[in-house]
Design a protein around this ligand. Structure first.
Ligand SMILES: C[S@@+](CC[C@H](N)C(=O)[O-])C[C@H]1O[C@@H](n2cnc3c(N)ncnc32)[C@H](O)[C@@H]1O
Length: 239
């Protein structure tokens, strides 16, 4: 197996993200497949450090045990790291894609998976001690509502942690990207570093925002259960 990304698929994937920015409703059904095509390289080279930091920040704030929801769980890829970080009593994965859920059930028998929409989660309020949502908010038509839903199902004192990609403003559908999508991401990250805009980290308990960490194109947010979803908690194209 090669370590190089599948360049054709990665290019398609970035173009899809560019399309999503302006026409998300029309193309959102293609997202899961597109992410699948780049998942391995994306995770290993781009997302790992950001996710590790996010899970560490989130899990440090709640006791071990309890119930964790993986919202937009896909193939259940995150379940082992969620288990390791939170050491919960139970993990539930929810996703709109039955194909993804089938794969998730094959991949792990130690979590409960169910079909459901982040915009209208099929759970009672105050059910979970932690909710984790990785690489899903940026593909939704209404991420504010999704975050509100995640907060609704969170118990008082619980923690919501999510990650998303901010596509650089100059990426347009139909653009000719560099043959390696990951190289494009590296370049965009360097560009943002030169602009001095790549790291924003703060602690604002007034809004229960614990940490928003933006590194290049990747942002992770860790929230306590709160009432107001502020613009700076949303992917850039939804602010
Ligand atoms: C990029 S994958 C991420 C999967 C997983 N969180 C991970 O990190 O590997 C995005 C997932 O979100 C799911 N999804 C998209 N829209 C959704 C929605 N409205 N409600 C629930 N899941 C959704 C897709 O089916 C897909 O499995």
């Amino acid at each position: 197996m090669t370590n190089e990304p599948n360049l054709y698929d990665a290019n398609q994937f970035l173009q899809l993200l560019a399309l999503l920015r302006d026409h998300e409703l029309e193309v959102s059904g293609m997202v899961a497949t597109a992410y699948e095509s780049v998942a391995r390289d994306w995770d290993r080279k781009v997302a790992r450090p950001a996710l590790d930091q996010m899970l560490e920040d989130a899990s440090a704030r709640i006791p071990k045990g309890g119930r964790v929801l993986d919202a937009g769980c896909g193939t259940g890829h995150r379940i082992p790291e969620i288990r390791s970080a939170f050491q919960p009593d139970s993990i539930t994965g929810v996703d709109t894609s039955t194909a993804m859920l089938d794969r998730a059930r094959e991949n792990t028998s130690s979590a409960f998976f169910t079909n459901g929409d982040l915009l209208n989660l099929p759970f009672e309020s105050e059910t979970f001690d932690a909710v984790v949502a990785t690489w899903v908010m940026e593909t939704l038509p209404d991420p504010k509502r999704a975050i509100e839903e995640c907060l609704r199902v969170l118990k008082t004192g619980g923690i919501l942690a999510y990650s998303y990609v901010n596509l650089p403003a100059h990426f347009k559908p139909g653009d000719h990207f560099h043959p390696s999508a990951l190289h494009v991401i590296d370049e965009a990250t360097r560009e943002q570093e030169q602009l001095g805009a790549n790291r924003i980290e703060f602690d604002d308990s007034a809004f229960a925002l614990i940490k928003r960490h933006q590194r290049g194109l990747i942002t992770t947010v860790v929230l306590g259960k709160c009432c107001n979803v502020e613009p700076h908690m949303l992917p850039i194209n939804h602010r």
